[in-house]
Design a protein around this ligand. Structure first.
Ligand SMILES: *[C@@H]1O[C@H](CO)[C@@H](O)[C@H](O)[C@H]1NC(C)=O
Ligand SMILES: *[C@@H]1O[C@H](CO)[C@@H](O)[C@H](O)[C@H]1NC(C)=O
Length: 418
């Protein structure tokens, strides 16, 4: 396929060769996967290469990594847990995820070849480079709204210039981050950015809204081929069977996160287009965060957006359907202020808090009543918002203050309301 021309990958190609020798015992390095496994052979229809070195130095390890039956990735699974070691030799939990499942990647690659009139194999990169959309990208130093029109990614449903500038400025996969101009982007960088935008926005969201700046997203470590590596935690669903105080704490944090995504000092309204339990996780210190940012939409509250011009005016092309579906979220005008709360209450909070808690564990009946309103699609926008607000206030004093909740302990001992 495409020649990637990556020096650093030489190391791993050697490892891959070693791994193919059948005489190796399972305890030895059986690095069965290499370029193909990570999707590096598909670059520059990929995310990036910033973390490839870590893979080749075996500083990223994941589940069953040393197992002789390493038949990964499975066709449907996209995410694996792993460990990341740095110079300090401290192991940190990380998540490794493909932009989408290997199966969908395959289908999407075929669709690229088909769009060029080829059957199953072609130079994916050559086909994408020849598209009118990429030709426009190649000529431009600025990322303009017209260049992302027709992409399925929720955050690009109604992009402002300010939002696109932020994507470029925070794009970690180029050597010279920090500029709004794409002058320092090679064609490879541009194709990778466009490909990532078209397939899955998750890695870009983590880069644009870093946890270090207070956003509820995990740290982005980097990418290699089509694999993205970011700081891991535990799935929220592990809390469902825990004591009420734990669930109350998580529910409160989720409501606050949802609120702060909608109104923040950057004046970007980040809203949910769908919510599933895999979207959230917890860290060891009790903090709740968003583990999957792929379905979050963004409305610029400061600069606004141009009204949707309807499908016939959209530049729908091969990039519009690379995520496995050509379907796009509803236009931004249709987003109700209560949308995120409704989805959160209905799909997550009703699993964290149940009527049984009122009977057996001292959850105020009023909290359950507010949750029922918040989770009811037939209620008015205002009633849902008010219910979410009341629920937040009711849960707030119920949160425990103990060592287990390190994210706010010991401050909660001394500061009322913390
Ligand atoms: C990560 O490291 C921890 C501690 O060394 C270990 O318990 C865990 O199983 C490792 N996880 C993976 C996925 O390798
Ligand atoms: C949802 O709200 C509507 C309108 O107020 C009401 O008729 C309906 O019974 C509510 N559904 C639930 C499950 O509470």
């Amino acid at each position: 396929m495409v020649d990637v021309g990556l020096d650093i990958w030489v190391v791993s190609s050697v490892l891959a060769l070693v791994a193919s020798s059948p005489s190796l015992a399972p305890q030895e390095k059986t690095y069965k996967f290499g370029r193909g496994f990570l999707g590096l052979d598909k670059c520059n229809a990929c995310v990036g290469t910033s973390i490839c070195k870590k893979f080749s130095k075996e500083e990223i390890r994941f589940e069953r990594w040393l197992s002789s039956q390493l038949h990964l990735p499975s066709a449907k699974r996209t995410t694996y847990e792993g460990n990341y070691t740095d110079a300090s030799q401290i192991e940190r939990p990380v998540m490794l995820s493909w932009l989408m499942s290997p199966h969908l990647h395959q289908v999407s690659d075929w669709s690229i070849c088909r769009s060029a009139g080829r059957e199953r194999t072609c130079s994916i990169e050559a086909v994408l480079r020849a598209t009118p959309r990429f030709q426009t990208w190649a000529r431009s130093n600025l990322l303009l709204p017209s260049m992302v029109q027709g992409l399925a990614t929720p955050m690009l449903r109604c992009p402002s210039q300010r939002l696109l500038d932020r994507i470029v400025r925070r794009y970690f996969e180029v050597t010279d981050v920090g500029s709004m101009q794409m002058k320092h982007f090679t064609y490879k960088d541009k194709l990778r950015l466009l490909y990532t935008m078209a397939v899955n926005q998750h890695p870009l969201m983590l880069q644009m809204f870093p946890g270090m700046e207070g956003w509820p997203f995990p740290r982005y470590h980097g990418s290699c081929g089509r694999v993205v590596v970011w700081a891991g935690g535990r799935a929220l669903r592990n809390l469902y069977s825990s004591p009420l105080e734990r669930r109350v704490d998580a529910a409160y944090q989720l409501l606050r996160i949802t609120q702060s995504l909608a109104s923040n000092s950057l004046h970007f309204n980040l809203y949910y287009t769908s919510v599933s339990e895999d979207m959230f996780g917890t860290l060891d210190d009790g903090r709740v965060f968003i583990t999957d940012a792929s379905t979050i939409g963004i409305i610029d509250l400061q600069d606004g957006f141009y009204p949707d011009q309807g499908l016939e005016h959209q530049s729908v092309d091969i990039f519009s359907c690379l995520s496995g579906s050509c379907e796009r979220p509803p236009p931004c005008e249709h987003v109700q202020p209560s949308q995120s709360f409704l989805l959160l209450c209905r799909n997550i909070l009703t699993k964290l808090l149940a009527p049984n808690d009122v009977r057996s564990a001292h959850l105020p009946g009023e909290a359950m009543r507010q949750l029922t309103v918040c989770a009811n699609q037939s209620q008015s926008d205002q009633r849902i918002l008010t219910a979410a607000q009341s629920l937040t206030e009711l849960l707030k004093p119920m949160r425990p203050c103990s060592r287990q909740y390190e994210y706010r302990y010991p401050e909660c001992l001394y500061i009322h309301n913390f």
